[in-house]
Each structure stands twice: as structure tokens, then as C-alpha cells.
Design a protein around this ligand. Structure first.
Ligand code: ADP
Ligand code: MG
Length: 381
């Protein structure tokens, strides 16, 4: 894999870079979102070295059209347009960001980029085009004509086979951006011989997303010394023991997996809960104490998934206290990921030190740590 960092000015100046990022973020959270803040350095690196930058991203799941032409009616509901992000990026970068929508055809788009005095462009939501999610070669080729080289700085979508993530690398010299490089370097620390005790903390709503990671860290050199289970996924382990869970969330299809996992002595389950209206909504004080004591002694920590329904402040205590325990342990290397989990860390009042790595990936981080090959990263090789 080639890294953008290793390119020198001569190789960049006067060229146009297609930069794939992940702007799939709620607009009101954008200014503080690590996914946006994390790409600013890459954009600055490119423009400081004399390149034009065309930013590519998707947003949400709009209904796509087959191809762009002024007559094809793009179902363009405002909620999916990337237009507001041109302003947000412009403010953060303190430079103009020129938004390009799909009322133009490809030739006109290219002419706009080449003819403009601006250096930074944001192209409309690529998922308005049917080829994006199909990893379509034609769309990739079309996009590639807009630039001289390609940079992937979208770790969070690198597990998806999309035209602007995978296929495009066939048509242009391609590099990993500064943010993607940081993700790979930090997460591989955990992948190679984690220092012990090694603690994996898992919560959130869906255990099915996390089975690959649990398996990976259940045996071999990377086996975890403790799995601390919380959040909705703990309910599956209660069910597996035929314990009542009232109206709490669970996933029927994973009960057998949970049964098998119960035989693993490394799996630690909550001993008490916060319950309301027959629903388990957070871990209880004794569990917080028990988990915090284990976290204090850890040398490597992975955390994915909140310990409870933290959106309601009444049930945010478990997640908040686990965040506190992790951040207070300055001796451990901690990798934290997942959209919700990352926001808990960023909104906590604690100062995040150098040994804490907050990944911008949710699903991508889980797949990467589970040892799966991510198509977007493979495509760069
Ligand atoms: P992340 O985005 O960090 O990967 P997930 O998407 O796996 O996390 O799960 C986050 C969601 O899980 C949150 O919206 C949270 O409210 C929910 N959740 C966690 N524990 C519970 C619970 N006990 N009952 C209901 N929802 C829960
Ligand atoms: Mg989530």
C-alpha cells in the first residue's frame, strides 16, 4: 500500500486529487465530528502542496438514478444532499469549498474543476448514482477522469465495495490518506500481540455485528483475557441461560452462539442492572465497579458499543463510568470505535490522552479487528 504522506511536493503540485471521505454524518454534529475533523489535515496537506482536491462522499441511502444528465430527474431530497457540507468544510478549513451538483454532465464538471480558481471542490452525494453501491467500473472510470490521483481517507466505508472506494483504484494511482493511515497503524497495534491483561468491552444493540470479533479474540495469540459484556447484547447471554429478560431487546438468532460463549470463562456478564418498564436499560452499580476494577489493570483495551440506552441520561451512567475507567488508565493502549461509543468518549469531560485511539469506523473497525480483509484497503494494495 502506498501512503499519501510519502508523496513529495513535486509529485503533487499542479495535480487534481480525488479524495474519498466519509461525510455520512448528522449535519448538526458535523462541526465536532471526528470524521470531519480527521480529514482536514489531509485536505490541507494536498492544497499546501499545490493540488486541487475533489472531495467525494456519500450520505444516507437515497434512491439512485442510472446516470447523470440534466433530464434525468434526480430524486434529490434535501436530507441526502452534501451541499450543506461545503459550507461546514469551508468554515473549518477557512477556505472556499466549491460545491458541484449533478445538474451538470461529466464534461461540464471537469471543465468547472479545471477552470475554477478554487482549489477545493465537493461533489454531490455519490449514492445519487446507481453505480456507486454496485462498485460499477463505468462510474469509477468516469470519476477517475476528474483527477490525476486518488486518495482513500474513508476508513469507515472501507469495508464496502463501492465505485469510489474500490473500483476507482483500477484507474488511478491510489494512496491511503493521513486518516486512513492512522486508523491502520493504531488498530494493528491491537492486532499484533496485545499487551496483557487484554480486555475487550462489548455493548450496544446488536451482537450479530460483533460475533466475528468475539471469535477472533477468543483463541490464539490475540485471545482476550476478559470480555466485559454490557448493553443490549448482554440480554442474549441471559436468554441463553433461560433467565427472564422481560421486554428487553435481544436477537433470537444468536442465542446458540451465546450458549457456546458461556463456556468461555473469559466472558464476564453483568451482575446487576438498571431496569424500567420491564426493560433492562443499563448495567448496575456493582457491575460498574467490577468492570472498572478489571479495566484499571488492563494493558490493552478494545471498546465497542454502549453499556446501556445512554441516549436517555437516566441510563447513561454505565457507559459514562466505563469511559471514565478507560480514560483514567493511562498505562493501557485503548482502541475505541462505533458511532455511538465514539460520541460518548468525545462528549465525556475527560481529556483524551495519547494512549487512547478513537476510531472513525464502526462496522469497518469491527471487521478489521476480526481479521477480515476490507475491500477498500485491499484495493489500495
Ligand atoms: P456503536 O454505534 O457504538 O457501534 P451500536 O450501534 O452497536 O453501538 O449500539 C448503540 C445503541 O445500542 C445505542 O443506540 C443504545 O441506546 C443501544 N443500547 C445499548 N444498550 C441497550 C439496552 N440495554 N437496551 C436498548 N438499547 C440499548
Ligand atoms: Mg451505531
Amino acid at each position: 500500500m502506498k501512503f499519501l504522506r510519502n508523496l513529495n511536493k513535486k509529485e503533487i503540485v499542479g495535480k487534481t486529487c480525488l479524495l474519498r471521505v466519509d461525510l455520512n454524518i448528522a449535519e448538526k454534529e458535523a462541526k465536532n465530528s471526528p470524521r470531519i475533523l480527521g480529514i482536514l489535515a489531509t485536505i490541507e496537506f494536498l492544497t499546501n502542496n499545490g493540488a486541487k482536491v475533489v472531495i467525494l462522499s456519500h450520505r444516507g441511502r437515497p434512491k439512485p438514478v442510472k446516470r447523470i444528465n440534466p433530464k434525468s430527474k434526480i430524486l434529490n431530497p434535501k436530507e441526502f444532499s452534501l451541499k450543506p457540507f461545503a459550507k461546514i468544510l469551508s468554515k473549518l478549513l477557512k477556505k472556499p469549498v466549491h460545491f458541484i451538483d449533478f445538474s451538470k454532465n461529466w464534461k461540464e464538471i471537469l471543465a468547472t474543476i479545471n477552470g475554477s480558481k478554487n482549489n477545493i471542490f465537493l461533489l454531490e452525494n455519490l449514492r445519487f448514482l446507481a453505480g456507486e453501491e454496485k462498485n460499477d467500473r463505468k462510474l469509477a472510470k468516469q470519476l477517475a477522469r476528474l483527477g490525476d490521483f486518488y486518495v482513500n481517507d474513508a476508513f469507515a466505508v472501507s469495508h464496502r465495495n463501492a465505485a469510489s472506494v474500490s473500483a476507482i483504484t483500477k484507474f488511478l494511482p491510489s494512496y491511503a490518506g493521513l486518516l486512513l493511515e492512522k486508523e491502520i497503524k493504531n488498530l494493528s497495534v491491537v492486532m499484533k500481540n496485545p499487551k496483557r491483561p487484554f480486555v475487550v468491552i462489548l455493548g450496544g444493540a446488536k451482537i450479530s455485528d460483533k460475533i466475528g470479533l468475539i471469535k477472533k479474540f477468543s483463541a490464539g495469540e490475540r485471545r482476550a483475557d476478559y470480555f466485559l459484556i454490557g448493553g443490549g447484547i448482554a440480554n442474549n447471554f441471559l436468554l441463553a441461560q433461560s433467565l427472564p429478560i422481560g421486554d428487553s431487546i435481544f436477537e433470537e438468532s444468536t442465542v446458540n452462539f451465546a450458549k457456546k460463549m458461556l463456556k468461555n470463562k473469559k466472558v464476564i456478564l453483568p451482575v446487576d442492572y438498571a431496569i424500567e418498564n420491564r426493560k433492562i436499560l443499563d448495567i448496575g452499580p456493582n457491575t460498574i465497579k467490577m468492570y472498572s476494577d478489571i479495566i484499571k489493570k488492563a494493558k490493552t483495551i478494545i471498546w465497542n458499543g454502549p453499556m446501556g440506552y445512554f441516549e436517555n441520561p437516566k441510563f447513561a451512567k454505565g457507559s459514562g463510568e466505563i469511559a471514565k475507567a478507560i480514560i483514567s488508565n493511562k498505562k493501557a493502549f485503548s482502541a475505541i470505535g462505533g458511532g455511538e461509543t465514539a460520541s460518548i468518549i468525545h462528549n465525556s469531560k475527560f481529556i483524551i490522552h495519547n494512549n487512547i485511539f478513537v476510531s472513525t469506523g464502526g462496522g469497518a473497525m469491527l471487521e478489521y479487528l476480526a481479521g477480515k480483509k476490507l475491500s477498500g484497503i485491499e484495493a489500495l494494495k
